[in-house]
Design a protein around this ligand. Structure first.
Ligand code: AMP
Ligand code: GLY
Length: 438
């Protein structure tokens, strides 16, 4: 018997998985998990119009924060692993509730989810653990914020403390703009999420997303990915959830990644442990690679969307087993997670009006045929009463292609996108500009 066999045999059997969430991230996770060895069925709740396009994936219409219904469904379908995709159910403590009911869950509990749900809490943890991050000030009133600005006399980043669907951050260019962002937040622009603000020094450098799959004590890193947050080409326009991504991001070599592990991920897990948090899920570190080294811009408690869509086609067949082992707190018992040495390109198609006021209800024409190197992952879609696929959210879908180089991967992804259409379809033509020649 090889070492790997003896290891994997000590994990309980895994055939039946539930993915919680309705986005493109969950669509891609379900697709990738179903491809793993031993997996028979992946249920997705509440899922979207594309869930059942993936063989072996079944949609259930249960809201992602409806704990009792989730527990009931896990018992009905004899679910062996629950993977929670979005931050909202994690921040609401759904993972805690499912664990209490005896389920293996990949996703942190409510306390751990504060890494994302409270920027002030997260910055405090970083400070105490000596994790490199921008200098910051936490404020609870407009007067306090304005007096800090008055003293500093330089533009700052203004962040709503709570969850604001990726819209709670202003990277101000001027002192006046900083002032305006502070005032708007205290006038209630982000609701209760903006009652407390984190003001930060502006950092400069390329950004990269790091994903650590954690079992409470130990972790494994996925390949790095690069998101494209701005709506418009040339990285202009408002911040969005992400208009495209690619992986791996070339900015960090293996030595840099070792540094990121030692300086950022290890101390974060250790600091969480020290305050009694058994963190089983993703630590997503958004880094800025500054002249003085990598700095944490933000932590999230889940996979990035659309980074996850770019990453999933690169995952080896051990993914399900690795998430299961993380959920059970014994990563060492899983086989080593392998990755295809390919390059992955993901382009998002959004509805017109996204991010502020996305148009909904338009019929979607899909003539794309997925194959081993090309996938369509749906997000803001649903089927209407006539069985037609229609738009139902801001980011509607993503086309993802993998190839031996970025040029081919992006060419295929954009070719694939030509075979999808809906009224007002909006996408950036320059996703991957950092790594493409043309
Ligand atoms: P966050 O939601 O905290 O990731 O912020 C959204 C985006 O704002 C990030 O992806 C960065 O592009 C930008 N950002 C956040 N914090 C900073 C900072 N301290 N300096 C410069 N840009 C920042
Ligand atoms: N793509 C950025 C995020 O998921 O927060």
């Amino acid at each position: 018997m090889t070492n790997l066999e003896s290891h994997t045999q000590s994990l309980p059997a895994l055939h039946r998985v539930l993915v919680v969430g309705n986005g493109g991230r969950e669509n891609a996770l379900a697709w990738a998990l179903k491809r793993c060895k031993g997996i028979e069925t992946v249920w997705v709740t509440p899922g979207n119009g594309g869930t059942e396009d993936h063989h072996g994936c079944i949609r259930l219409k249960i809201e992602e924060t409806h704990l009792e219904a989730l527990i009931e469904t896990c018992s009905l379908h004899r679910i062996e692993l629950v993977v929670i995709g979005p931050e909202a159910p994690l921040a609401a403590g759904i993972a805690d509730g499912l664990r209490k009911a005896g389920l293996a869950v990949f996703g942190p509990g409510k306390k751990g989810a504060q890494l994302e749900a409270s920027k002030a809490w997260s910055k405090n943890l970083m400070e105490e653990a000596n994790i490199p991050t921008a200098k910051h000030w936490t404020v609870t009133s407009e007067a306090e914020a304005l007096s800090i600005l008055e003293n500093l006399q330089k533009p700052l980043v203004v962040k709503a403390n709570g969850l604001a669907a990726g819209k709670g951050v202003t990277v101000a260019q001027t002192v006046d703009e900083t002032k305006h962002a502070i005032k708007q937040a205290f006038q209630g622009k982000f609701g209760t999420a903006g009652e407390q603000l984190v003001l930060e020094e502006v950092l400069e450098g390329p950004e990269v997303s790091i994903f650590a799959l954690c079992d409470g004590k130990d972790f494994v890193l996925l390949p790095t990915a690069q998101d494209h947050k701005r709506l418009r080409e040339g990285d202009q326009g408002p911040n969005t959830g992400g208009m495209g991504a690619y992986a791996p991001a070339p900015h960090l070599n293996n030595k840099d990644l070792e540094e990121v592990k030692a300086l950022i991920i290890k101390p974060t897990l250790k600091a969480l442990n020290a305050i009694g948090i058994d963190y089983r899920g993703v630590i997503y570190a958004g880094l800025m690679l500054t002249k003085s080294g990598p700095q944490v811009i933000e932590f999230n408690c889940r996979f990035g969307d659309p980074e996850c869509q770019a990453l999933m086609p690169l995952m080896g067949p051990e993914l399900a087993e690795v998430l299961h082992a993380c959920a059970l707190g014994c990563l060492g018992k899983a086989g080593k997670l392998s990755f295809l040495e390919n390059y992955s390109a993901c382009v998002v198609a959004a509805a017109s009006g996204y991010p502020d006021n996305p148009r909904k209800g338009d019929q979607i024409e899909v003539n794309i045929k997925s194959n081993e190197s090309l996938q369509l992952f749906q997000a803001g879609t649903k089927c209407n009463t006539k069985g037609q696929l229609i738009t139902s959210g801001g980011r509607v879908l993503a086309v993802v292609a993998k190839a031996e180089n970025f040029e081919d991967a992006f060419n295929q992804a954009y070719e694939g996108l030509k075979k999808v259409n809906f009224e007002g379809m909006t996408f950036r033509r320059d996703i991957g500009h950092q790594v493409r020649k043309s």
